[in-house]
Design a binder for this molecule. Sequence first.
Ligand code: FES
Ligand code: FES
Length: 163
Amino acid sequence: MRRTKQASPLITLSINGNDHMAVVKPFTTLLQVLRDQLGLTGAKCGCNQGVCGACTVLIDGKPARACLSLAANCTGRQIVTIEGVGSVAQPSRVQQAFIDAGAVQCGFCTPGMVLSSESLLAENPKPSVAEIRTALSGNLCRCTGYKRIIEAVRLASKAEAQP
Ligand code: FES
Ligand code: FES
């Protein structure tokens, strides 16, 4: 009987511009790798079934559910987590706008909200409120009621438009 060669469990992922090694099984998710192996805990584990958006990361610039993304399928892709966007000392425009608009309460949804907003503004620097709502429709917030979050994205889009 012919034996099939086992795939190596060691993979390389490009995250926030750096290569990271991870040991994965076929069903290891990107979220498990980020949080449990790499200590990148900005992506949150909310529902762990693709509903809440708390685990949102960017894969090749597009928002993706890390809890539904198999790590092994993410090799060769550019992954961005919230740790790769701004810093406490130098927040991104979107992060600053979330602060200015008071769009953060418990903060559990915020990394995903920020990443979805970053992706939206990269593609559409001046979105309408309807476009903002659509872009954030996959990110659930249990605290803020969305009004301030939408206001934050509008603020960031105005900042974006400035020279
Ligand atoms: S934790 Fe991934 S969508 Fe909720
Ligand atoms: S700020 Fe608490 S879930 Fe959104």
